[in-house]
Design a protein around this ligand. Structure first.
Ligand code: S3P
Ligand code: PEP
Length: 443
């Protein structure tokens, strides 16, 4: 696991970045393609799957519950599903590693199956709240027993024959929504999951593609009602996973802050529930062009061309947060080099990601010379107006891949190297990150 052997690394810019790169497959879609394929009856194929540690944790857990999941030499993944309701009792604890998505979605899945499971994870995941799924899933009769109530290790005793779910999400979370939808798949009748603030909708799109009976209705105020008919019979699919817009944000911001750069990132998912970062960067004055727009596997996709830009600070409206929730660390780096002030708020969720991303980004940015103030629900950043920051500090990344990658990118525009204490967690979501940055540096 990534916390066993820390790998420190120093990052410093060596001139303009240029070239065309591809980022790995979307993490959210990769997890879901394995889960839904494992629940279908028959053989599914997935190309472009993110082969990061998080997704491999999902694959291992699904294998332990009876699905056959194998990677062909051509990189295509083959999954033989067991069918909804037919997961097998695993014989060992399910190790979720660093992955919140694996833990929370799979808890939803096992909650409505007649199996007992134990969920474990690394030091970072063991500090993240699971009550957001275990509390509503307890209402269907599943039993959860976690460390100090809320944390891994956690045992789950699934239940069958539950009444349909009716649940209104108290927080904007695609993980909680998807956990409830996965549980609903094996509950007789129609469950309703109510989402007052829209979050990424990959589960809805993909489940429809797998043949589930799923309807979404939207109120005038934007509240979404997701109706899922249970005892679903999912049909196997061939899935093409688009590139991850969250991963693409790293080379894009690297190009924006490194003088003279022009970078093209191909095949990036452009689902509107994921593209808040690009909207905000454009508002800051980023020179971004979206070309080759098309559809891949039911998701909009484009190539992004990013050129070095003079950025200006903005006020980020809190309602955009769910569509860029994982991109704030790298967004803060862009803001720290922009002209003027950037204000963010409504970001309490960032405190319960792989690390407390508000605290760690504030500390790290201050250490490399940025002007940053941490408030309860956001950061206020006064940018350097394009000037290189001092750098020359060691960053605590606390097992958080996005903190590590954000400071690797920040090093592009610093006078002295930025040292990241441990880059090993980058392999959870972006195993080719270092190689990609080298390619861009070599033009
Ligand atoms: O559903 C998903 O695939 C994800 C949802 C988000 O988490 P929350 O639901 O906790 O916001 C996000 O941060 C995570 O990286 C992936
Ligand atoms: C929050 C993230 O992932 P997870 O919740 O799956 O660990 C992330 O990738 O930034």
């Amino acid at each position: 696991m990534s916390d066993v052997h820390p790998i420190p690394r120093e990052f410093i810019g060596s001139g303009p970045l240029s070239g065309t790169v591809k980022v790995p497959g979307d993490k959210s879609i990769s997890h879901r393609s394995l889960m839904f394929s494992a629940l279908a009856v028959g053989h599914s194929q997935v190309s472009g799957l993110l082969e990061g540690e998080d997704v491999l944790s999902t694959a291992a857990a699904l294998r332990a519950m009876g699905a056959r999941i194998e990677r062909g030499d051509d990189g295509i993944w083959h999954i033989d599903g067991v069918g909804v309701g037919s997961l097998l009792q695993p014989t060992t604890p399910l190790d979720m590693g660093n992955s919140g998505t694996s833990a929370r979605l799979l808890m939803g899945l096992v909650a409505s199956h007649a199996i007992d499971t134990i969920f474990i994870g690394d030091d970072s995941l063991s500090k993240r709240p699971m009550g957001r799924v275990s509390v509503p899933l307890s209402q269907i009769g599943a039993q959860f027993s976690g460390t100090n109530g809320d944390y891994l290790p956690m045992t789950v005793k699934g239940v069958i024959g539950a009444a349909p779910i009716q649940y209104r999400l108290p927080i904007a979370s695609a993980q909680v929504k998807s956990a409830m939808m996965l549980a609903a798949l094996n509950i007789s009748g129609v469950s309703e999951i109510i989402e007052p603030i829209a979050t990424r909708d990959h589960s809805e799109r993909m489940l429809r593609g797998f043949g589930a009976d799923l309807k979404v209705e939207q109120d005038e105020d934007g509240t979404r009602h997701i109706f899922v008919r249970g005892e679903a019979e999912l049909k196997p699919q061939n899935i093409d996973v688009p590139g991850d817009p969250s991963s693409a944000a790293f080379p894009v911001v690297a190009a924006l802050i490194t003088p003279g750069s022009e970078v093209r990132v191909t095949n990036v998912g452009m689902n509107p529930t994921r593209t808040g970062i690009y909207k905000m960067l454009i508002e800051m004055g980023a020179d971004l062009t979206f070309v080759n727009e098309r559809e891949v596997g039911g998701e909009p996709v484009a190539d992004i061309i990013a050129k070095y830009s003079s950025l200006s600070g903005i006020d980020v409206p809190p309602e955009i947060a769910p569509s860029m929730i994982d991109e704030f660390p790298i967004f803060f780096v862009a803001a720290s080099m922009a002209k003027g002030r950037t204000m963010t708020s409504g970001l309490d969720e960032l405190r319960v990601k792989e690390s407390d991303r508000l605290a760690l980004m504030a500390a790290g940015l201050a250490a490399i010379g940025a002007r940053v103030k941490e408030v309860e629900d956001g950061l206020i950043i006064d940018g350097s107006d394009g000037e290189a920051l001092a750098g020359g500090a060691m960053i605590n990344s606390a097992l958080d891949h996005r903190i590590a990658m954000s400071f690797a990118v920040a090093g592009q525009n610093c006078l002295n190297p930025v040292a990241v204490d441990d880059i090993s967690p980058i392999a959870t979501s972006f195993p080719t990150f270092e190689k990609m940055m080298e390619e861009l540096a070599n033009g």
